[in-house]
Design a protein around this ligand. Structure first.
Ligand SMILES: [Zn+2]
Length: 434
């Protein structure tokens, strides 16, 4: 287990209209470059039976060659700042390394389509920031100048990377910041188990009522979204019929409105998730969760043409519920936050957690009558909400796991030139804080 010494910081950015126009076209160029470089690597990979890849070092040279090519068809590559182009190629390296790493969940690097999030990466040493006043700061972007951003929290360290991203609501600038040394001791608080669900967002074993995520869209927004989705479908049909598939400005406007609502929804989910995971990590000695593979959970029930599945729509709706609760993101956040706050994340085997009685310890499928949220033990008669029962069982399993306490010491290693090169983790063996 490693702790990243670099933390992400994201701020709302406010480029001028000209900067906005430039950034948008750079975003499309960056995407085109990603796709071009990926195609190149796959092509070479196939030639060598997928064994040897081309890496960014080689592709950066090719990029320079392309930039010096007088041909007009590569004007777009010249338009994108060289440092940004090189950074795109380095990101692609990371994607390939994560794919090859068996301990990483990443899948094969994919091509990006026009609707993919717009993002332009820059290396940290090519950008500068300056503070304007308590609430505003600026970041210097090569070829573009200073862009204002809302300084909602202090940067707190040395810049490592800078990425400009755009969602349906506007631009953001996110920095990778090297935050330096922090040492965390076990917080000595009692542990807990959490059952994440769809109906009930989270039930913490030490609490009597569930944590509910507020609806991510208001009823008005849901209605509006439905109208817009229908309009989009209609406009696309029209475009195919009469414009040879070319998107009209009206259609683009509809798509922008949809993505604004979706971006707002994503923000609300993320807000809830951050508050939940921070609270869990800060106030508990360990956090037990079910060790669930999310990708298997959200498999479609469609089946094959020969053997069509049943309840496809129902499963699709359940999948939407699972995605709405962002299980993977919760786990990712708990992973780093527990280390920051002197807690521990303990994933436990998920089998039968909601069928096991917390009073008598008997596991029996009959204790769950029907598929309701009611738990009634057939052995001792104990009754409770099924999710609460599950959370108590998860806590018990996590407590039994006990084991080593990972003491995260974010000590900074320095190289010959005095630059920090990474962090180390020290584990204190066999000290149970439960
Ligand atoms: Zn019982």
């Amino acid at each position: 287990m490693t702790v990243k010494a670099d933390m992400g910081r994201k701020y709302r950015a406010y480029p001028t209209p000209e900067q906005d126009e430039n950034l948008t076209s750079w975003g499309h160029h960056a995407r085109a470059l990603w796709n071009l470089a990926l195609e190149h690597r796959l092509m070479i990979g196939r030639k060598h039976d997928g064994v040897s890849w081309v890496w960014s070092a080689e592709q950066c040279l090719l990029l320079t060659e392309l930039r010096n090519d007088p041909d007009e068809s590569v004007n777009w590559i010249r338009d994108l700042p060289a440092t940004a182009g090189q950074q795109v190629l380095r990101r692609l390296d990371e994607a390939f390394k994560n794919w090859a790493n068996p301990n990483h969940r990443a899948r094969r690097p994919l091509f990006k389509c026009r609707s993919s999030p717009v993002s332009i990466p820059f290396p940290g040493q090519k950008v500068r920031t300056r503070k304007l006043n308590r609430h505003w700061a600026e970041v210097y972007i090569p070829k573009l100048g200073w862009i204002r951003f809302r300084l909602s929290r202090a940067l707190g360290g040395e810049l490592r990377s800078c990425t400009l991203v755009r969602d349906g609501l506007g631009w953001h600038v996110s920095f990778g910041v090297h935050v330096g040394t922090t040492t965390t001791e076990p917080n000595g608080k009692p542990g807990c188990g959490v059952d994440f669900g769809v109906k009930v967002s989270a039930w913490v074993s030490t609490e009597l009522s569930p944590r509910m995520m507020p609806p991510s869209l208001t009823t008005g927004e849901q209605r509006r979204l439905k109208v817009l989705e229908r309009r989009k479908a209609r406009q696309i049909t029209y475009a195919k019929k009469h414009n040879g598939g070319r998107y009209s400005n009206r259609l683009r406007k509809t798509i922008a409105r949809i993505s604004a609502i979706r971006a707002r929804q994503a923000r609300r989910r993320l807000d809830f998730t951050h508050k939940l995971t921070t609270d869990l990590a800060k106030n508990h000695g360990f956090v037990g969760i079910e060790d669930l593979p999310v990708l298997n959970m959200v498999k479609s029930a469609t089946g094959t043409a020969a053997e069509p599945g049943s309840g496809v729509r129902r499963k699709a709706a359940l999948n939407q519920g699972i995605y709405d609760n962002t299980p993977g993101e919760r786990r990712r956040q708990l992973n780093y936050k527990t280390l920051l706050y002197g807690s521990q994340l303990r994933p436990v085997p998920p089998h039968g957690t909601s069928q096991t009685c917390p009073e008598c310890g008997e596991r029996d499928a009959r204790s769950r009558v029907g598929c309701g949220r009611e738990f009634a033990c057939v052995h001792c008669g104990h009754t409770d909400h099924a999710d609460r029962t599950a959370s108590i069982e998860i806590e018990a399993r996590a407590r039994r796991m006990g084991g080593t306490v990972i003491k995260s010491t974010r000590s900074v290693r320095k190289d010959a030139r005095g630059r920090s090169t990474g962090t180390r983790l020290r584990a204190a063996p066999d000290a149970d804080i439960a």
